[in-house]
Design a protein around this ligand. Structure first.
Ligand SMILES: [Zn+2]
Length: 259
């Protein structure tokens, strides 16, 4: 482990434009279970019930969707950033962070204090809701309040349109502008730091692939193997908090207390 930490510290020390690519494994260390792990939401619900086209077409599907989505939001709402998120915040403080491209919808990079303009949520966010007809946006807690008081399927105040959390559902197009921005960063970063992503969900995973093809160094910290391990300059199969926390310590920055 010490040798890996030393190598990781050297990679970060020599980098000036770091692109962080984060996935579910970063958030599990904050107590948010991965949808796709055993015991995660997809072992309890059938993901094929939640295709965007079904949610839009059918009231019954929307009811099921809100039940699942509210349960998932309940797990995220009070979660706190962990050592891994705080280390990423530190990278921004050091002036080394180009951007964060995250597959997570849990707002934890924001809670860790990274600037909103550095955070590209390519799968959207669970923390706001919007109307599919008129675009009016709502704070998630406002809508959750209605659900707590008995509303099964919430609708827009302005136009009675269908409301949906601003997450990207199965069958829903990826936000094109965000993907383009992520790919632009991938082409110019000098180090791509993958945190807790198995790099199997596309097109998201094309971001670190592009970074590698454009000549950036690649460092992967993930519990499991990824298809990019062979191309990486460094792979650490460890807890992200421990590994990245250790790396920041080796760089002379003390570990932050989790906020
Ligand atoms: Zn509306």
């Amino acid at each position: 482990m010490d040798e890996l930490i030393r190598k990781g510290a050297a990679l970060i020390r020599s980098a000036e434009k770091i692109l962080v690519f984060s996935g579910a494994g970063l958030s599990t260390e904050s107590g948010i279970p991965d949808f796709r792990s055993p015991g995660g939401l997809w072992s309890k619900y059938d993901p094929s019930d939640f295709y965007y086209q079904k949610i839009v077409a059918d009231e019954g599907a929307r009811e099921k969707y809100w039940k699942m989505s509210s349960e998932s939001y309940g797990l995220m709402k009070d979660a706190r950033p962990n050592q891994g998120h705080l280390a990423v915040k530190k990278l921004e403080d050091l002036g080394k962070l180009l951007a964060i491209v995250t597959q997570n919808i849990d707002n934890l990079h924001h809670k860790a204090g990274n600037s909103p303009e550095k955070i590209i949520e390519i799968h959207g966010t669970a923390f706001s809701v919007s109307c599919l007809r008129c675009g009016k946006r709502y704070d998630r807690d406002v809508i959750e309040g209605r659900i707590q008081s008995g509303t099964k399927v919430p609708y827009c105040d302005e136009c009675s349109g269908i409301l949906k959390p601003e997450t990207i559902s199965f069958g829903q197009a990826m936000p094109q502008e965000k993907m383009e921005l992520a790919m632009r960063h991938a082409r110019v970063c000098d180090l791509c730091l993958v945190l807790g992503s198995s790099l199997v969900v596309y097109p998201a995973a094309s971001v670190p692939v592009q970074a590698g093809e454009s000549g950036a160094r690649l460092m992967i910290i993930n519990r499991d193997e990824t298809p990019l391990d062979r191309d990486a300059d460094l792979v650490i199969r460890e807890s992200i908090g421990r590994a990245l926390g250790g790396i920041m310590e080796a760089l002379g920055h003390s570990r932050e207390r989790a906020v």
